[in-house]
Design a protein around this ligand. Structure first.
Ligand code: SF4
Length: 183
């Protein structure tokens, strides 16, 4: 299954590279920017979480300890949190870098793109509010979006995991949970 998932990722990445290229005039992503890994829920399916954890086993000892500590701290913070949605920095982000970049989740791969939702509205990435991607076509005061060419495909994790591409590779992805809830 993980081999099939890797093949699926190769095709998905190719498609996403095309979208980033198509939208490049709005994109501010650059090496060292980790805005999208610093505050979120990071929905991961069981399959993605397993794939990530196989990569974790091969990481250097000191990095593994750091990630384990991040996870423990986050579990405690989540238990003590009173908010409905627990937003956190991803535990795999160490020294401002993803320790498992090649194995990152689908949500990590689509971060940063604006796309059209089934209700006809445009979904902007969170970093628009930080003056990053698509900030030049968004008015934070009125919340108006001046974008005539969003991607015409809903790039949510559940849609991607139920796409024709996922079917082609016969993926069995399992349930989807916030990343921290897989530990
Ligand atoms: S797995 Fe990597 S890319 Fe995804 S949110 Fe965590 S640090 Fe960021």
């Amino acid at each position: 299954m993980l081999k099939r998932y890797e093949k699926f990722l190769e095709e998905l990445d190719k498609e996403l590279r095309g979208y980033f290229l198509e939208q490049e005039q709005y994109i501010k992503c650059k090496q060292g920017c980790t805005d999208c890994c610093e505050k979120g829920e990071y929905p991961f399916s069981r399959l993605e979480a397993e794939y990530l954890m196989y990569g974790f086993l091969d990481l250097p000892k000191d990095i593994k300890s750091e990630i384990r500590k991040n996870i423990t701290d986050l579990k405690i913070a989540k238990q003590n949190s009173k908010s409905e949605r627990f937003l956190y920095q991803c535990p795999f982000l160490v020294n401002k870098s993803c320790t498992l970049y090649e194995r990152r989740g689908i949500v990590c791969r689509t971060f940063g793109l604006a796309y059209l939702k089934s209700d006809g509205t445009i979904n902007l990435p969170n970093c628009t509010n930080q003056g990053l991607n698509y900030a030049k076509v968004f008015n934070p005061e009125t919340k108006e979006i001046y974008l005539d060419n969003p991607i015409k495909k809903e790039l949510t994790i559940d849609k991607i995991l139920r796409s024709n591409l996922a079917e082609k590779y016969e993926l069995e992805c399992g349930e989807i949970r916030p990343l921290i809830d897989w530990f």
